[in-house]
Write a protein that binds this ligand. Structure first.
Ligand code: TTP
Ligand code: MG
Length: 600
């Protein structure tokens, strides 16, 4: 965080300089006031001590006391005006440096890092918590600059200035009045130590509340479908109540602390009136430039000491925020291009799995010792029961995750040695759950290739059997999709994501159950169209329907994360095993014309 402040040192220095001018002006105003009072007193009360002018200045001899007092009044006015001007400048500079500089920069750095983090990070953090970090916690971090670094410098500067001024007025009075300061200091410290953990807990509770909220917004169908609104409302109220209770505790501590410190400063004023008054009466201290200036200084001094508590408060908050922001910033990039990355223009498409094992948790392996070779241009179908690890296997190829042991080679080179962008450009993916952006249909198809021409987009849509339904919209390819593509049917969404993967014409195509959400007739259309799309590409497709399986060059049967059988449809049907068993069940339920060549 210090490095962050340092990288904005120019702006910080401007702020400090402006605040320094303001500080000097306020002390100058106070001095003018004190001197004017002494001049007036001297004129009004015969026999009172002569006024002492600051910085050894003397008014011209012909000036009447009235004229001196008027000049002082004018001076106070001018100081006030200049102060207002500088206060305005300060506000402008703070806004520019802090809100428009630090916050924006930090936010985009966090976002940038998020884009490069591996899936594992997102598996381990909730959406709400990540969003809170990019929005709220970034603010907490910047408050380190304008709530800690700058104020600390200013407090030190002003305390020194006040102290020196006070000592020059009267040493004894200074010491007497500052007697309570160590107590104030001690209380501030104790307060902060007590409140600090509460702030951390507060952020976690807010995360939990946001999680409840985001889940409910995203899962609104499920909530309403099962009539769970009252429970969900109660759940949110509980989360919100927990935040409130916590907040309340913090406020109660703050409310206790502030009056205590204010009481101590009243004690100071008492000492000042008693001891200082006596000094004035004894003629040891002038009334205006002594006691009154002193009173003003003391007030400011106490205010600064109290401010220390506020600063400590900000330190807590910004440290808590920083821990969460820097957890993102410092998260290791588990999956990144190596330094001496191998560039990959266009892969031939030979994939070789060598004793690959993988698990989301190191303790719980999902894939066990897979070995498999896929020739360039082969169409491989991946079958297996739900939870067998098909999606997990596919996610290793574009390096969404890395194997825990073993290697995957593309064209004879370990995936880890390729430039990551090159690798992913060579792999087209159709995910099991398609995700679409709130943008036009054309932009969604061209997501991986923003420079695609309308003709290319249309061709990809045709192959994916999407062109027809797209053209039924009055705005065609320029139709705006709602968030998550919710104005499309499940099958339409799937076909758009198929078109998106096909557009980039990748040499390797991965499809996770691309026809799961379409009817058998559309499936046939898609499969026919894809026949040409798959030509010349290494394709791995998770499939359940025989119509797809029969077209595959190779079928890989996965069971509990292990490959239990490999072969063509005909080969696998000839031997007993999980594949033949599953295929027969399907044939029994399918239409007669589906039974081609697989009748038992
Ligand atoms: P998958 O690889 O998702 O299984 P699958 O694709 O074969 O299943 P389906 O046909 O239903 O799509 O999951 C294998 C195991 O890995 C399963 O026990 C769940 C677990 N898993 C995780 O722990 N985290 C994840 O992100 C995923 C995708 C799976
Ligand atoms: Mg799956």
């Amino acid at each position: 965080m210090l490095a962050l402040a340092w990288s904005h040192r120019r702006g910080c220095l401007q702020i400090i300089a402006l605040q320094g001018v303001l500080l000097a002006l306020s002390v100058a105003g106070l001095t003018l006031l004190g001197t004017a009072i002494d001049v007036i007193r001297q004129a009004a009360v015969p026999g009172s001590p002569p006024a002492v002018f600051p910085l050894g200045w003397r008014p011209p001899a012909e000036w009447t006391p009235w004229r001196i007092a008027m000049s002082a009044a004018l001076g106070v006015l001018v100081v006030g005006l200049v102060r207002a001007l500088f206060a305005y400048l300060l506000a402008v500079v703070v806004a520019r440096v802090v809100q428009m500089g630090i916050v924006v920069q930090l936010r985009s750095r966090v976002y940038d890092k998020l884009q490069r983090l591996g899936f594992r990070f997102f598996d381990n953090h909730t959406t709400g918590s990540i969003i809170n970090r990019v929005t709220g916690d970034v603010q907490a971090v910047r408050s380190f600059v304008d709530g800690v670094v700058i104020p600390v410098i200013m407090v030190l500067l002003s305390l020194t200035l006040y102290f020196v001024y006070m000592v020059r007025l009267h040493v004894g009075l200074t010491l007497a009045c500052l007697l309570t300061m160590p107590l104030t200091w001690y209380l501030s410290m104790r307060f902060s130590r007590k409140v600090r953990p509460a702030y951390e807990r507060n952020r976690d509770l807010v995360d939990k509340m946001v999680l409840t909220l985001t889940e409910n917004v995203r899962g609104v169908h499920v909530v309403k479908g099962f009539g769970r609104e009252p429970e969900e409302i109660a759940k949110f109220e509980r989360a919100s109540g927990a935040v409130r209770t916590q907040q309340h505790w913090i406020f109660s501590q703050v409310s206790l602390f502030t009056p205590t410190v204010e009481m101590l400063s009243a004690l100071n004023q008492g000492v000042l009136l008693g001891y200082g008054g006596w000094l004035v009466i004894q003629g040891e201290l002038p009334l205006g430039s002594g006691l009154i200036v002193f009173s003003g200084l003391l007030q400011q001094f106490s205010a600064q000491v109290t401010r220390v508590a506020g600063i400590i408060n900000s330190v807590q908050q910004s440290l808590t925020g920083a821990r969460r922001v820097f957890e993102i910033m410092d998260a290791p990039l588990e999956i990144a291009s190596p330094v001496d990355a191998v560039r990959l223009e266009r892969a031939k498409g030979e994939l070789r799995f060598e004793h690959v094992s993988f698990g989301y948790d190191a303790a719980k392996p999902v894939l066990h010792d897979l070995s498999l070779t896929i020739e360039p241009g082969q169409v491989v179908a991946l079958v297996g029961a739900t939870g067998a690890g098909k999606t997990s296997l596919l996610s290793l190829i574009p390096r969404f995750y890395d194997p825990t042991s073993g290697r995957i080679k593309l064209d004879g080179v370990d995936l880890k040695r390729y430039d990551l962008d090159d690798l992913r450009r060579n792999v087209g993916v159709v995910f099991q759950e398609s995700f679409l952006f709130s943008d036009t249909i054309a932009a969604n198809i061209a997501f991986g290739r923003p420079d695609a021409t309308p003709e290319q987009i249309k061709r990809a849509a045709k192959i994916a059997a999407a062109d027809e339904f797209i053209r039924e919209y009055p705005e065609g390819y320029q139709t705006m999709l709602r968030e998550g593509g919710s104005n499309l049917s499940g099958g339409q969404r799937q076909r758009l994501s198929l078109a998106r993967a096909l557009l980039a014409e990748p040499p390797i195509l991965l499809m996770d159950d691309p026809t799961a959400a379409v009817d058998p007739r559309t499936e046939h259309e898609i499969l026919d169209a894809m026949e040409s799309a798959m030509a010349g590409r290494t394709t791995i497709v998770v499939a359940h329907r025989l119509s797809m399986l029969r077209r595959a060059d190779l079928i890989v049967v996965l069971q509990d994360g292990a490959i239990v059988d490999v072969g063509t449809h005909e080969e696998l049907m000839r031997r007993p095993g999980p594949y033949r068993h599953a295929a027969r069940i399907q044939v029994d339920f399918s239409a007669p014309d589906e039974r081609l060549g697989v009748s038992a």
